[in-house]
Structure formats: structure tokens, C-alpha cells
Design a protein around this ligand. Structure first.
Ligand SMILES: [Mg+2]
Length: 181
């Protein structure tokens, strides 16, 4: 599938959900691109997983912000690659640093930078320990097996929607469609 086709497919999926996340956060290594950038050369030309760009463009089209949370110890290489791929300017936050926490400090920084609550965020990562740690903060977090793709996007939006509905019930907040009287 080419970028345009993936983008249209992703837009179709996004159109099925009445409430979208405000921010979608991506890991880099083995989530957006199929390698570890540690140990690679800045002079290489990287490529994303086949659905990566189409999904990013569709999210932008829908007004959903995107950000990066990566524990790569080589942020300079990662940023060079993002630049070469022509997507560096798309991200409202790029938190790329190694850390012993499983990305909870990355998300604290993203929260401070964007002002967005954790329950309005959706996160994709290929490491279960990151998924577990970040979901305890209230972020809808999806483990990807072979990079991010439209299937993972759909799954993420389902989890996000289920979480919003159940937290609305817990807080006894009226749902949007019942607030007209
Ligand atoms: Mg990774």
C-alpha cells in the first residue's frame, strides 16, 4: 500500500470514532521504524514501517497531534533520521533520551509541554514494560508486534473509546449526547 492509500484507510478508521485522542505518542525503534538507531550511521537513509507515514498524515488531517517518546541513547541520530524522512516538524513533542523509568518521565514531560491530560493520549510501543508503566498513568497504551499499522490504530482507538466511556461512568459525568436537557 502506498502512502496515500494508507492515509485514506487510516482516515476511514478515524472517521468511525466520535471521540478521538488529543495526542498520539509513538515510540521510534521497532514501532515507527524497523531498527534500533543506536549503532547506525547518520549518513544512512532510514525508512519507516510501510504504514507509518500514512498514519501520521491521517492523524494530522484529523487535527490529532503527534509526539515521540523514545528511550534511544542516540537522540542525535534519531533526530537526523526524522529530518531525513521529512517528518521532524510534525511532532509537538520529541522526548528522546535513555532512562531507567519505563517512559513515565517521558510522558510527564509531554504532559508539561502540551498541557494535555494523560487520559486524552494514545501510545504505541513494542515493549511490554513501557506499555505497562505508561498505562498506569492513564494513557491508552497499545503493544505493537511488527511496527505500527492501520490494524494497531484501529485497536488503539477501540481501547481509547472503551476507556473514555468507562471513566465517564466512574465519574458519573453525563455523556455528551445526553446533556441536551
Ligand atoms: Mg521500541
Amino acid at each position: 500500500m502506498g502512502v496515500e492509500k494508507v492515509k485514506n484507510e487510516a482516515l476511514k478508521i478515524l472517521g468511525l470514532f466520535p471521540v478521538l485522542p488529543r495526542l498520539v505518542v509513538f515510540d521510534l525503534d521497532h514501532t515507527l521504524w524497523p531498527f534500533y538507531c543506536q549503532g547506525r550511521s547518520k549518513h544512512e537513509m532510514p525508512s519507516l514501517y510501510p504504514h507509518g507515514k500514512g498514519i501520521l498524515y491521517a492523524l494530522k488531517d484529523k487535527g490529532v497531534d503527534v509526539a515521540i517518546a523514545s528511550r534511544s541513547p542516540t537522540p542525535d541520530i534519531a533526530k537526523t533520521f526524522l529530518d531525513k524522512l521529512g517528518i521532524q516538524s510534525m511532532f509537538v513533542a520529541q522526548e528522546i533520551f535513555s532512562s531507567w523509568t519505563h517512559k513515565t518521565d517521558h510522558f510527564q514531560r509531554i504532559h508539561r509541554k502540551t498541557g494535555l491530560p494523560f487520559n486524552s493520549m494514545l501510545f504505541f510501543d513494542d515493549e511490554n514494560r513501557n506499555i505497562e508503566a505508561v498505562s498506569t498513568m492513564g494513557v491508552s497504551s497499545i503493544l505493537v508486534g511488527n511496527g505500527v499499522n492501520v490494524g494497531a490504530l484501529r485497536q488503539g482507538l477501540i481501547v481509547f473509546t472503551q476507556k473514555s466511556v468507562s471513566s465517564d461512568r466512574n465519574n458519573q459525568k453525563p455523556l455528551l449526547f445526553s446533556s441536551s436537557f
